[in-house]
Design a protein around this ligand. Structure first.
Ligand code: 5GP
Ligand code: MN
Length: 327
């Protein structure tokens, strides 16, 4: 096996690799968020503008609020490009986050990774991992410049969607001057912030609200008021007709409570399998915490999968957070 490149490449080098290729298959992470999809769409458009065969290979449904981004870029068809010159994963630093497409990814003649998660251990032939980037969309913005592709409104919209969603609309601690400068520049390409914000944030189904009401009824505050946990079960989905993707953002409601440092959200995927999300406000490193359960992410937003029942998972998480806060 070829030795993995542990060091970051430069964006210039990555641009050269992409320019020398004919076909590029882009990979998002599962449970697609605005950043993985927006960044992939922006890069896919740019690559097509350069005459490359480019597609985004996905394995799960695109959440309703993000569907406006996909104008025939995404596909479930692993044969869309038989022997891709390049397979490039975007906003995804863990091969387990594209499990069903893993085999296809490693069939790429060259494999690359563009990401901003601090827990990412390079696994590709070329890498650009910048934990200081608020969103992978920021890195893709710079990469498109290196590719010397003219930005346009559609690329701008996709980058804006990536950045606004990963920064909690410019409020999280990952937001920097650069984040704002990029957003400002996107204005020059015709991006209408309000238009995209309406698509992303003012588009909820009533069922989402019913689900949210039920979820919040299960809220528990613990660790002397410093932590809060709640979650969603399969039963709640049946009762409200809400969807898993509609739980997006509910964890923020917990973190927004005054005095709360750690928020935990447990999603029952199936019997004895829960997806856990964690957020912190000021000082707890939740990336570290979720790493103890084989997950990862960022200091203020991370996650993991726990193979226990919903109730057991909640207990496990309460114990973990309590112990951490004691220490
Ligand atoms: P979310 O809670 O929104 O699913 O994820 C928050 C952050 O943690 C995201 O940046 C996501 O990539 C990361 N994350 C969530 N779950 C996992 C996981 O199981 N493994 C790793 N490595 N990162 C995760
Ligand atoms: Mn991201």
């Amino acid at each position: 096996m070829k030795k993995m490149n542990k060091k970051n490449n430069t964006l210039k080098e990555i641009a050269q690799i992409l320019m020398a290729s004919k076909s590029v298959l882009l990979f998002t992470h599962i449970n697609m968020d605005g950043d993985t999809l927006g960044s992939s769409v922006a890069l896919c458009i740019a690559l097509r503008k350069l005459g490359k065969q480019a597609h985004i290979l996905i394995e799960d449904d695109i959440a309703a609020f993000l569907q406006f981004l996909d104008r025939d870029y995404c596909t479930y068809d692993t044969h869309i490009i038989e022997n891709p010159d390049i397979c490039l994963c975007i906003d995804c630093g863990d091969v387990e986050r594209f499990t069903k497409r893993k085999e296809k990814f490693f069939q790429g003649k060259q494999k690359g990774c563009i990401d901003h998660h601090v827990t990412t251990e390079p696994f590709a032939d070329f890498n650009y991992i910048d934990p200081k980037a608020a969103a992978t969309g920021e890195i893709v913005f710079d990469l498109i410049k290196e590719l010397q592709v003219d930005m346009d409104k559609e690329i701008g919209n996709a980058i804006f969607a990536a950045i606004t969603t990963d920064t909690g609309n410019f409020q999280y601690s990952n937001t920097t001057k650069k984040t704002h400068l990029i957003a400002a520049e996107l204005c020059d390409y015709g991006v209408d912030y309000n238009e995209i914000s309406v698509e992303l944030y003012q588009n909820n189904r009533l069922e989402k609200l019913l689900l949210q009401t039920k979820v919040l009824q299960g809220l528990t505050v613990f660790a002397a008021g410093m932590a809060a946990i709640c979650g969603v079960t399969q039963e709640m989905f049946q009762e409200t007709q809400g969807k898993m993707e509609e739980t997006e953002g509910m964890i923020e409601i917990l973190r927004n409570i005054s005095g709360i440092e750690v928020a935990v959200f447990v999603k029952e995927i199936e019997e004895n399998k829960c997806k856990v999300s964690m957020r912190s406000k000021k000082f707890v490193n939740v990336a570290e915490l979720s790493k103890t359960l084989n997950g990862g992410g960022h200091a203020r937003a991370a996650g993991c999968t726990v193979y226990q029942s919903y109730e057991e998972t909640k207990k496990t998480m309460i114990h973990l957070v309590e112990e951490y806060l004691k220490g």
